[in-house]
Write a protein that binds this ligand. Structure first.
Ligand SMILES: *Cc1c(COP(=O)(O)O)cnc(C)c1O
Length: 817
């Protein structure tokens, strides 16, 4: 495959053109932002050309395509990634240098596209990269939020949220397509009309409409022929409309200034792994699903006419979690009401088209919508849900478990209770032809614990696709020094086939290679230390172990377990300042959902303890703690190359996969983790001697819970644990103000410690001690770090996509002839 060939001279000319004509009055050569934008626009010209060629090729090949429906996309910045994927990074570097700038500086300009919360949104972004890289026809659909995930800062150690203003200075990559706008209906009621043949037809008479205007962002494949599109819908009014139907608290409420139809795409809900049940959220889901389906159908009709038998050949639709579930019901409505298709035929089409990815087993994250809300916003859709449910219970369920009322109640799409609820995951499982979990253990638990009856009904339906990450962003672009070393020692293009990194296994014991590898790690740590000082004012030594926990703040992810261990180390150092240990820097990055009280208390506690530890002369700099504000993709790209240790310490059974674990290991960080999510598969790949596994397993966690877990047992029998928990009630970290950090202790004792922090504490502490010893043996550590990088081939998102293609989507690549 030929890379897009563009010379330095041609690029320089194009950048100058955009400086002079698109951006008008740029005379200030120091204006990095203008140079970033002009460079982006120059590259975008190439991208758009390629995009048009891709569209033409996919159309003429009648290529079957996948439509990825996701409420979240965590894209990050685009310039550096697009340059690498086009293979023009070096040419651009030279061109920009001629104009008096460093390309790496320009790549730091521009806001992150943070239209997502965490792992789920980043997965969608990695998958789009891989789909284009492997030359599959694919469209991502989502919402063009005016405000993405909030910006985080700390004031007096507490999290403060501010709205994200990602488009304040424009986004050079996106283009608005008003010609492809769609109008969707909301509210109203359903009229029933008896037809001439005696059948009854439902006619939805909506109360209002809302228009969706798409913004297209090109998705550039790496060293491939393909540029696909991410199409994000923005809400605009079609008429005056009373949006006071819904209300929401605090953060969302504060942003609700312009109460109009634009509200639908105003703001991303900032809760990760939690559903709020708010009306606006429900409307967001329907809005983007309905617009996307109209768009998918229009595309199909343009190429094949209204031929529904061909629709299932041309179209696969993947639901990223249950957030887009309503798309299933909407397609049923379109087929039944707008195309007058029979029920069975419509149902067969839906089943062939849709597949669903489950991302969580946490009960608070499993979506349910009240029947009342459903009926108010989408009355016709509720009728269709009832009919799907009736057919399912009367046929499949009744045949397998005749007259079993308990089973009907358990499997019903409607949960009975004081408020009747529609169970979105049940709707997905009943409707989709495939349901996948995101790591082996997670998919096993989906089968065994979450949906055992569905698995008994349809043994082939529930399956696994282990998550992955794109090695382009998460190694090639973010860690140029390590990338160059790999280029030197790995024969084939590792960024295309990450399995090629296994060639490093043979070098893992070579002193010369170990030295080179660790020298790069150290250079990256020097860079990271500078960043840490800039962001927090704390000076850290690159000779310390850089121990990293970066992910959303959540009790199940157990940042507070890490926190307790830091207190234990501090306590040991105060008791024995001569304690032999490698100096350690604990680095945190995490946003807490604005309404998640305990998560915010954990941030506060870590910041408070950090203040005290970082200024304590007695411990001779052996311990530092930093909480970097505003964790996001672009910050992750700076932290990960400089990490020695990757903290993946969720309660076993709670983290579906994790992808941060993969990014860190790929960059040579050694994992300390539980046997949870993809950690298990990482351990299999790197070998048990190259990872620090601790804590109760899924089975053990179940047994502990079944026996009746008593956290006080650990408090009373572990003297160190008792000491550090009691510290939290004192004013040791908050002089004159005791009990400021007590919320954590309270949740771990009286609160019942739902995530078994205390049960895993000692094992975690022991694993850290083993890690400290391993690190002090430089050659042993180098070997471990190298083998982590060398063994990450499986976690390339290209492999994940290939799994989806073979088992679920059945696409053929559409590349240049
Ligand atoms: C990868 C990533 C995540 C997911 O991290 P986990 O450790 O898997 O939870 C979240 N946020 C950002 C910015 C990421 O890059």
């Amino acid at each position: 495959m030929a890379l897009t060939k563009i010379t330095k001279a041609e690029l320089t000319k194009r950048i100058k053109h955009h400086l002079n004509f698109t951006l008008d009055d740029v005379t200030d050569n120091q204006n990095k932002e203008a140079y970033w934008k002009a460079t982006s626009l120059a590259i975008n010209d190439i991208v758009v050309e390629k995009l048009q060629a891709t569209k033409a090729r996919q159309q003429s090949a009648n290529a079957r395509s996948v439509n990825y429906l996701s409420l979240e996309y965590l894209m990050g910045r685009m310039l550096s990634n697009n340059l690498h994927n086009l293979g023009v990074y070096e040419a651009a570097e030279a061109a920009v240098r001629d104009l008096g700038h460093e390309l790496s500086d320009l790549c730091e300009q521009g806001a992150d596209l943070a239209l997502g919360n965490g792992g789920l949104g980043r997965l969608a972004a990695c998958f789009l990269d891989s789909l284009a890289t492997l030359d599959y026809a694919a469209t991502g659909y989502g919402i063009h939020y005016q405000h993405g995930l909030f910006k985080q800062s700390f004031k007096d150690c507490r999290q403060v949220e501010e709205p994200d203003m990602w488009r304040e200075f424009g986004n050079p990559w996106e283009v608005c397509r008003p010609d492809a706008a769609q109008t969707i209906a909301l509210y109203g009621h359903v009229k029933h009309e008896t037809q001439a043949d005696g059948t009854v037809k439902s006619i939805w008479e909506p109360k209002t409409h809302c228009k969706g205007v798409p913004w297209d962002i090109p998705i550039v494949g790496y060293n491939s022929a393909t540029v696909n599109v991410l199409r994000l819908w923005e809400g605009t009014a079609t008429e005056a409309f009373d949006w006071d139907h819904f209300s929401d608290g605090n953060y969302i409420h504060a942003l609700k200034d312009n109460v109009r139809a634009e509200t639908v795409s105003k703001v991303l809900y900032p809760k990760d792994e939690h559903e709020a049940g708010k009306e606006l959220r429900f409307i967001q889901q329907y809005f983007f699903c309905a617009c996307s389906l109209k768009d998918i159908i229009a595309r199909h009709e343009r190429s094949q006419g209204i031929d529904w038998s061909a629709f299932t050949d041309s179209t696969a639709i993947q639901l990223n979690d249950t957030h887009p579930t309503i798309a299933i019901v909407e397609l049923m409505r379109i087929l039944l009401d707008e195309y007058d298709m029979a029920w069975d035929e419509s149902w067969a089409i839906c089943q062939k088209v849709f597949s669903y990815t489950n991302h969580t087993l946490l009960p608070e994250a499993l979506e349910k919508w009240s029947v009342r809300l459903f009926e108010k916003v989408l009355p016709r859709h509720l009728e269709i849900v009832y009919r799907i449910n009736e057919d399912f219970l009367n046929n499949e369920v009744n045949e397998k478990w005749p007259h079993d009322f308990q089973m009907r109640r358990k499997l019903s799409l409607i949960e009975e209770g004081h408020e009747r609820m529609v169970r979105m995951a049940h709707l997905c499982v009943v409707s989709a032809h495939k349901v996948n979990g995101v790591a082996e253990i997670h998919s096993k638990l989906v089968k065994q614990d979450l949906f055992p009856e569905f698995d008994a009904l349809w043994p082939e339906k529930l399956t696994n696709v282990t998550n992955g990450i794109t090695p382009r962003r998460w190694l090639k672009a973010c860690n140029p020094k390590l990338s160059k070393l790999l280029d030197k020692h790995v024969n084939e293009d590792w960024a295309k086939d990450l399995n090629n990194l296994s060639q490093l296994v043979a070098l893992a014991d070579t002193p010369k290679f170990q030295k080179e590898f660790m020298a790069i790690k150290r250079e990256n740590k020097v860079e990271l230390a500078k960043e840490i000082e800039q962001l927090t004012g704390v000076v850290v030594s690159p000779d310390a172990i850089f121990d990293v926990q970066i992910k959303r703040l959540h009790e199940y992810k157990r940042q507070h377990l890490n926190f307790l261990h830091i207190l234990a180390l501090y306590s040991r150092l105060l008791e024995n300042p001569n304690l032999v240990m490698q100096p350690r820097v604990f680095i945190f990055g995490a946003k807490a959902a604005p309404g998640y009280h305990l998560a915010k208390e954990i941030i506060f506690a870590i910041n408070k303890v950090a203040e005290k530890i970082n200024s304590d002369q007695r411990i001779q700099g052996k311990l530092k703690v930093v909480f970097l504000p505003n964790y996001r993709i672009s910050l992750a790209e700076k932290i990960i190359p400089g990490a020695d240790v990757s903290e993946q310490i969720s309660t076993a059974g709670k983290e579906a996969s994790g992808t941060g674990n993969m990014k860190l290991a790929l960059n040579g960080a050694v994992t300390i983790g539980t046997l949870d999510g993809a950690n298990i598969e990482i351990a299999e790949e790197v070998g048990n001697e190259n990872i620090f596994i601790f804590g109760n397993t899924v089975e053990e966690v179940k047994a502990i819970k079944a026996q009746g877990y008593n956290p006080y047992h650990f408090y009373e029998t572990n003297a160190e644990l008792k000491k550090i928990l009691d510290w939290l009630d004192s004013d040791f970290f908050t002089p004159g103000q005791p009990y400021q950090l007590s919320a954590i202790k309270h949740s771990l004792l009286d609160g019942g410690d739902p995530y078994l922090v205390l049960a895993d504490f000692q094992s975690y502490s022991d694993a850290h001690q083993a890690l400290d010893i391993a690190y002090r043996d430089q050659s042993r550590w180098a070997r471990m770090a190298i083998l982590n990088t060398a063994c990450m081939g499986k976690f390339n998102s290209d492999r994940s996509i290939q799994d989806y293609v073979e088992n679920i989507w059945h696409l053929a690549p559409c590349a240049e002839k």
